[in-house]
Design a protein around this ligand. Structure first.
Ligand SMILES: Cc1cc2nc3c(=O)[nH]c(=O)nc-3n(C[C@H](O)[C@H](O)[C@H](O)COP(=O)(O)OP(=O)(O)OC[C@H]3O[C@@H](n4cnc5c(N)ncnc54)[C@H](O)[C@@H]3O)c2cc1C
Length: 388
């Protein structure tokens, strides 16, 4: 029996392996990862300082324990090439692996800004356990952190490092926090909460970092408008790019992510993709709930019960404890209107389309803690990917 081969041991790879193993205890399973292959929950990376967790402390199960639990061979090696005709992978060490079905759960790379300067390489990004360990090491005995980017990850790290006792500056060139997720009024409330907590926000539109230099006692980041900020540690949190290069080289159809249909099948037979690297019918949703829905559906398909993935509405939680946020985002060009209730940072914003249908919402502060309200709103939202 040819094995199921899953590349990637992040939440997507391991969730799929678990779901599938429940249905198929017999077929050989090979997993491949270029990292250590430990099981951990990536969202915990941005609450680690508040919870005083080391990288090792975030590991839920080591690779050997996962191998035993899943009855899998878990190989620590880098995938270099996919031959979809021969159904064979080539690894960086030259080994070849044959597969029956192949699942790509390759994740996404943090976007690296094009920076000049002799310290451009010192800018960190945090997207896995190793990055997190490096960040903790760099912060030893240091105080001042500068975060480039005020999206979900930048805001969560600002909040977390604040809780960890660091002095935090954050720069967002779009002019406000979480610009892709929140309407302006909600951004303003979050900004107020983070400022009150002690984060120095720099929200001048167009303030793009162009260079990073070493200087006495730390780093100096230069911006396009000629201004500069200094810090001891600089973190870039300016977005992720799905890892599509290997799939592209193998001839698989790719857009922003590896293109898959509702069965998570790519343009090649017996090759599937899920998680941050996958674009399902045009939707790229780099969050945990979508990948869990994908894993459940694909596990069934791989056990001879073809099953489409379905996405109900899936609000995103932003783990900014100074002002928690739950958001069901609305595309900026969608016709409709926001209404807002509440005051200060405790806001409930609803977006209705011209037909009166709820299309999105934002709950902030205490409103975000009202689980029953959140559930009721969620139920009213249309599914993101309804039954076809
Ligand atoms: C700091 C942070 C906080 C987050 N918080 C939240 C949150 O609160 N809620 C939420 O829903 N989402 C959150 N997310 C997003 C969520 O964590 C991701 O969507 C999810 O973890 C992605 O899982 P994945 O398995 O697709 O990718 P990854 O976890 O990146 O796994 C990719 C795997 O592929 C392997 N790999 C890649 N290339 C190769 C290769 N060439 N050869 C071999 N192996 C390879 C890697 O080693 C790794 O094992 C957060 C993300 C970050 C970074």
């Amino acid at each position: 029996m040819q094995p199921l081969l899953i590349v990637g041991t992040g939440l997507a790879g391991y969730n799929l392996a678990r779901e599938w193993r429940k249905r198929d205890p017999q077929r050989p399973l090979i997993m491949l990862s270029r990292d250590a292959g430990h099981s951990y929950s990536k969202p915990m990376l941005s609450t680690g300082f508040a919870k005083a967790k080391t990288a090792a402390g975030l590991i839920m199960a080591e690779r050997t324990a996962m191998a035993e639990q899943l009855q899998a061979e878990i190989i620590q090696a880098e995938l270099r090439a996919i031959d979809v005709d021969a159904r064979q992978l080539t690894l960086a060490d030259g080994r070849r692996l044959a597969y029956g079905d192949l699942v790509l759960a390759l994740g996404a790379d943090p976007f690296r800004p094009p920076l000049a300067g002799d310290a451009a390489d010192a800018v960190l990004s945090v997207n896995d356990l190793e990055d997190y360990a490096r960040l903790r090491e760099r912060l030893q005995g240091r105080q001042r952190v500068l975060i480039l980017g005020g999206g979900l990850i930048g805001c969560e790290f600002a909040n977390d490092l604040l809780q960890g006792g660091f002095q935090v500056d954050l720069v967002e060139p779009a002019g406000r926090l979480l610009p892709a997720l929140l309407p302006a009024q909600a951004s303003a409330a979050l900004e107020q909460a983070l400022r009150a907590g002690g984060v120095q926000l720099h929200l001048q539109a167009g303030q793009l970092a162009v260079a990073v230099h070493h200087q006495e006692g730390g780093l100096r980041v230069e911006f396009r408008d000629g201004s500069s900020l200094t810090a001891e540690v600089v973190i870039a949190a300016i977005g992720l790019r799905p890892r599509i290069a290997l799939a592209q080289a193998a001839g698989l159809a790719c857009a922003r992510g590896i293109k898959v249909d509702r069965y998570l099948q790519s343009s090649a037979a017996q090759v599937y993709a899920l998680g941050d690297c996958a674009e399902v019918e045009g939707l790229l949703l780099p969050y945990v709930l979508p990948l869990m829905a994908q894993a459940r559906a694909l596990a069934q398909t791989l056990s001879a019960q073809r099953t489409e993935v379905q996405y109900p509405a899936m609000p995103v939680q932003v783990k900014t404890s100074v002002c928690p946020v739950v958001v069901a985002p609305v595309a900026a060009d969608r016709p409709g209107r926001w209404t807002c209730e509440g005051q200060g940072q405790d806001l409930r914003l609803l977006f209705h389309d011209p037909q009166g249908q709820l299309q999105g919402f934002v709950l902030l502060g205490q409103a975000a803690a009202q689980a029953a309200d959140k559930a009721a709103l969620q139920k009213q939202l249309p599914a993101l990917l309804p039954v076809s």
